[in-house]
Ligand binder design. Structure first.
Ligand code: ZN
Length: 322
């Protein structure tokens, strides 16, 4: 099948009590690793591209690689989504360039400004058969060009969501309930430590999610910044020459719980980066004579595939849904 929008995907995910993974793509090995995992596990999947990925790889390369993945995995529903569009022009460029979904993130602006620009994107997108994700509330952390300082983030205010969705016409809504971008989601002083000395972050605000769901019955909710930063990969990075002290993510069991609710899309990027980098570091450390990129990119691609497969089965619950 050709690239699809997320409309059908989200309806099935909402009714089925699971979520679809949205994984960021930046190069060929990542595209291959994600889509091979999705195909083997019979899971729908969202490939998403940030402004930074477009700057790194070029729109045309990303588009052609995704087209190749679609051609090679005809049974898998694949959506191509712009992550954190920061202007109408960027969204328009992706819509014109073949994306099936875009995010317009005006969450750092005033409520009225967020509505006005989101509405403008929705009108253009819908006229071209493309769906739109918007955001209310802000997440802490760093993701490509999006930087929100600690303390500047705010939870979504449930009392705003009905008016926002009605006035913008957006198709899904990213909310802030305590997830965060990057591999350093919380400062150590925001956390407790378990008996092994590993940081334990504050729990997600499921009360906010429940209140939003009550006000928007049947409406797909999106969680950004939902990597778990598995400690075995952090340790692998540190063991083979890296330095990632106190990297921390969202515990997978909390995301699993979110996936069974109105949350239909869960964004995972840092865990893929971490798995890939840990594997490359290990490979080069153990094989100091290797200089053919295929020698370390092949296991790196496998690490992406394994991580995505783990998320599909253990966090999203989207396996065997096609
Ligand atoms: Zn995000």
């Amino acid at each position: 099948m050709p690239l699809v929008t997320t409309t059908e995907m989200f309806k099935k995910a909402y009714d089925g009590g699971y979520a679809v993974g949205a994984f960021n793509v930046n190069n060929m090995e990542i595209v291959q690793g994600i889509t091979e995992a999705a195909a083997e596990l019979r899971s729908p999947v969202i490939l998403q591209v940030s402004k930074g990925a477009r700057a790194y790889a070029n729109h045309a390369y990303l588009m052609k690689m995704v087209e190749a993945a679609v051609e090679l995995n005809p049974e898998v529903p694949i959506a191509l989504h712009l992550d954190h569009g920061d202007s109408f022009e960027l969204c328009k460029s992706c819509i014109d360039g073949g994306f099936t979904s875009v995010m317009i993130d005006m969450s750092s602006k005033s409520f009225e400004e967020n509505i006005a620009i989101t509405r403008q994107v929705v009108e253009y997108a819908h006229a071209h058969g493309v769906v739109v994700e918007a955001e209310l509330g802000t997440l802490e952390g760093v993701e490509d060009e999006v930087v929100v300082e600690a303390g500047q983030a705010s939870y979504t205010r449930p009392e705003e969501v009905e008016e926002f969705v009605t006035r913008t016409g957006c198709d899904s809504l990213a909310i802030a309930i305590g997830t965060s971008h990057g591999a350093y989601k919380f400062r150590p002083e925001q956390c407790t430590r378990n008996e092994k000395g590993i940081l334990v972050p504050p729990p997600l605000r499921f009360d906010v999610l429940e209140e939003v769901t009550k006000r928007l019955p049947g409406f797909p909710i999106v969680l950004h910044g939902s990597s778990s930063v598995p400690q075995e990969f952090v340790q692998m990075v540190n063991q083979y020459g890296g330095n990632m002290p106190d990297a921390i993510g969202i515990p997978e069991e909390q995301l699993r719980k979110a996936a069974t609710s109105a949350v239909c899309k869960i964004n995972i990027d840092s865990d893929i980066r971490l798995a890939m980098t840990a594997q490359i570091r290990k490979h080069l450390f153990e094989n100091p004579s290797h200089f053919d990129p295929r020698q370390y990119l092949k296991p790196a691609r496998q690490a992406v595939k394994d991580m995505v497969a783990h998320k599909i089965v253990n966090v999203l619950g989207s396996n065997d849904r096609i």
